[in-house]
Design a protein around this ligand. Structure first.
Ligand SMILES: [Zn+2]
Length: 81
């Protein structure tokens, strides 16, 4: 059976709202992760990352390297990832 790869793209506005809401409620930041960091980054880094993506013209948080100019996933061919 062929596997199917789906990538979700959340808008930067939505992500910022959820992250700021979680921070107000004292929850951990879990939406923005960094492999080199080893997991979720802190709130400051997460919000700076979102702002940088906006400055670069993105509308959504890019989930992978196969994206359009807004940051949305263009999809993948089988076996691409
Ligand atoms: Zn993708």
């Amino acid at each position: 059976m062929a596997s199917r790869i789906l990538h979700m793209s959340a808008t930067l506005d939505f992500l910022e709202q959820v992250i700021r809401d979680d921070e107000r409620r004292g929850r951990s930041q879990v939406f923005v992760t960094d492999v080199e960091y080893g997991g979720p980054v802190n709130y400051v880094t997460a919000l700076l990352t979102i702002n940088k993506l906006r400055e670069d013209g993105f509308e959504v948080f890019p989930p992978c390297d196969s994206i359009d100019e807004t940051g949305r996933c263009r999809g993948h061919k089988e076996g691409e990832l």
